[in-house]
Design a binder for this molecule. Structure first.
Ligand SMILES: *Cc1c(COP(=O)(O)O)cnc(C)c1O
Ligand code: SF4
Length: 325
């Protein structure tokens, strides 16, 4: 399934893994020894090998497989599920919705295509924060001294090469009002090799307090390679948090959520948010009701240390903060 041995899998660079990812539903089924109906969808399959490697062969219900495999139900039109559920538009790549922090949409690209993502309706966007946008962003921040934190988001900001990231963060660090930098990324889960020496070195050399918010939905995503990537970040004083999406059949039971929290904690990562699904067209088969979600959090609270219970939130267009349930 993987060229060479397991050792070779971890010898390659993250760029190599991006190039050699599986990009075809039929190939995915073949590699995982699954007999599945062919599907056509406008959101392509994209699974890099380190992630693929954690999926159990021959198990059509594997919780990681379900997140990446295109299914016929995606093409059903269901009332209430739209192409733009969050109603968010970035101006020059900048979203300033909440006080004290701004979010930068650095790129439209990701290293994996999660079937439940709102990105599925603009997967081809070649969006990249331009030099021009950067000047606008810097001027915007300078104009509002209440902004202290910049959040790099996307897509996945770690898709950007280290040199570009270092340059962007360098420019931001010239604004004395900014003290905190946050990076929202799934790349360290999908391709742990992304946390390479260069990345760690530019993070170690910025004056910012850095927080990396990873995105894992299931304990099986957190293998020892991910653990090693987390250690490299922690050794450089990065605060590590996780956000998950509550997903039918993937993690909508107390055992799955509790195991995820315990495993994150072993890796030095605290659970931060558990998101209710954004009602995006094509993802209805993943949806969990708010009342079931609240029950799950109640069950977790009854058996877990408080610091391992994530905040259950949902995106409500127009509210001044994430809506806590
Ligand atoms: C989630 C989000 C943030 C960060 O919110 P926190 O509560 O600080 O984690 C910032 N801006 C936007 C637009 C967001 O959606
Ligand atoms: S990594 Fe995040 S932004 Fe990218 S497809 Fe998955 S859920 Fe969406």
């Amino acid at each position: 399934m993987i060229p060479g041995t397991d050792i070779a899998l971890y010898d390659h660079s993250w760029q190599w893994h991006l190039q050699h990812a599986v990009r075809d539903a039929n190939e995915l089924a073949k590699v995982l020894e699954l007999d599945l109906p062919p599907v056509t969808t406008d959101f392509p399959v994209l699974v890099p090998l380190p992630y693929l490697h954690r999926i159990e062969k021959g198990n059509p219900f594997d919780p990681l497989l379900l997140q990446v495999l295109a299914r016929p139900e995606e093409n059903l039109v269901i009332t209430g599920y739209t192409t733009d559920p969050v109603e968010e538009t970035a101006q020059h790549g900048l979203i300033h919705k909440y006080r004290g922090r701004v979010l930068l949409v650095t790129t439209g690209t990701c290293a994996i295509n999660c079937r439940y993502c709102f990105r599925r309706h603009f997967p081809y966007s070649e969006f990249q924060l331009t030099r021009n946008d950067r000047q606008h962003v810097l001027a915007y921040i300078e104009n509002d001294p209440t902004i202290r934190e910049v959040i790099l988001s996307g897509g996945d900001p770690l898709i950007m090469p280290n040199r570009q990231l270092r340059e962007l963060v360098q420019q931001l660090s010239e604004l004395p009002q900014l003290t905190h930098l946050r990076i929202h990324t799934r790349l360290p889960i999908v391709i742990p090799q992304r946390v390479d020496d260069e990345l760690v070195s530019w993070i170690a050399n910025t004056r910012f307090q850095v927080t990396v918010v990873i995105h894992a939905n299931h304990a099986n995503e957190l293998d020892d390679e991910v653990g090693a990537a987390m250690s490299r970040l922690r050794e450089n004083n990065v605060t590590l948090l996780n956000q998950s999406v509550l997903l039918e059949r993937v993690n909508n039971n107390c055992d799955a959520l509790c195991n995820l929290s315990w495993r994150l904690s072993e890796l030095g990562v605290l659970p931060y948010y558990l998101h209710l699904l954004d009602k995006v067209a094509g993802a209805a088969n993943f949806d969990v009701t708010a009342s079931d979600a609240k029950d799950l959090i109640k069950q977790m609270t009854d058996q877990m240390p408080g610091y391992l219970v994530p905040k259950l939130v949902k995106e409500v267009p127009g509210e001044p903060a994430k809506h806590e349930l």
